[in-house]
Ligand binder design. Structure first.
Ligand code: SF4
Ligand code: SF4
Ligand code: SF4
Ligand code: FES
Length: 319
């Protein structure tokens, strides 16, 4: 594929034809902030954090949806761009709770980072925030709606990467909310990928939530042994009365055996079922389903239904 030459902030950048502007900038170490953009997922253009100036274009453009073209001259940092990003953060924080001291995402939150880098110190909003109680959608997945910034990463990873399509968007415009596939709960693979990919603390793990803070753990890269795929996973480990305790398993460095930037990590579920790995292994994972499909076999829906029933039984037994 032919190479394309562009100029970003006065720097000459060469990238393959078809490359997105955000990726071309990244390749030379120029950061363009983003929430909804995630490599290998479909483009969303929802958050408008990636606005940049492209010469000869009258308005700021979203770098995550703009494909580079020969001779493009791009500016990623100016007063106008900073003001636009600041407004986006301000809008996102308008109804956002001040939960940082207790939020699971605190210390690893993209919204925190973005607020420090681009946000305003004060808010113009004086109205009371629209509070909603958190919801438990499954033994693994909890949802805190006011923290959600509607980036739709969870919806896309569940559908496009996991092929489960258990999450969706309800309503339109300002009333849009992320919703599970079964009214008030999830019937899904419980892979935890939506939790991993959420840039804020809106989706949290039933196996980890409120247990510790990211800076209190050591993060150890290892291989998940749950199925034959051998995805890379990261264990959050900390000292406990009985020695060392594994508090969390996730896809912290966004790498995986599938080389797509994610790895289904059943370890979320493994933690909530504690030592019940053997039983867990009797049920098909989505990675296995993909494998089966590749071999022309259909996924075993009957076993999946059975699994969902067991998850519900486990939840009521532990309530
Ligand atoms: S999601 Fe991020 S910004 Fe919001 S409360 Fe949690 S840590 Fe704070
Ligand atoms: S846990 Fe996995 S399967 Fe369930 S909703 Fe989240 S991404 Fe989809
Ligand atoms: S729950 Fe998280 S990943 Fe899903 S749309 Fe909200 S902020 Fe994005
Ligand atoms: S990252 Fe470009 S619009 Fe969200």
């Amino acid at each position: 594929m032919a190479d394309i030459n562009i100029t970003v902030d006065g720097k000459r950048v060469t990238a393959a034809q078809g490359t997105l502007l955000i990726e071309a900038c990244k390749s030379v170490g120029i950061e363009v902030p983003s929430f909804c953009y995630y490599p290998n997922l479909s483009l969303q253009g929802a958050c408008r954090m990636c606005l940049v100036k492209v010469e000869k274009m009258p308005k700021l453009q979203t770098a995550c949806t703009t494909v580079i073209s020969e001779g493009m001259i791009v500016t990623t940092d100016s007063d106008e761009i900073r003001q636009a990003r600041k407004s986006m953060v301000e809008m996102l924080l308008g109804n956002h709770p001040l939960d940082c001291p207790v939020c699971d995402a605190g210390g690893e939150c993209e919204l925190q980072d973005m607020t420090f880098s681009y946000g305003a110190a004060e808010s113009k909003f004086i109205e009371p925030k629209n509070h909603k109680d958190e919801q438990q959608w499954s033994p693994v997945v909890f949802f805190d709606r006011p923290r959600c910034i509607l980036c739709y990463r969870c919806v896309r990873v569940c559908g496009e990467a996991m092929d489960v399509w258990a999450l969706g968007v309800q309503n339109r415009g300002v009333t849009s909310i992320i919703a599970p596939n079964r009214e008030d709960h999830l019937e899904c693979e419980e892979c935890g990928m939506c939790i991993d990919i959420c840039p804020v603390g809106a989706l949290t793990s039933g196996a980890y939530r409120y247990k510790t803070r990211p800076w209190e753990m050591k993060h150890v890269g290892t291989t998940c042994t749950h199925c034959g795929d051998g995805c890379k996973t990261t264990l959050g480990v900390r000292r406990s009365d009985t020695g060392m305790e594994i508090v969390r398993g996730d896809n912290r460095d966004k790498s995986g055996a599938h080389s797509q930037g994610w790895a289904p990590h059943s370890i979320h579920l493994g933690r909530s079922f504690r030592a019940d790995w053997q039983k867990l292994c009797q049920y098909p994972r989505s990675s296995r389903r993909t494998l089966h499909r590749g071999r022309g076999l259909e996924p075993n829906h009957q076993r999946r239904k059975l699994f969902a029933t067991e998850v519900r039984a486990h939840r009521s037994a532990n309530q």
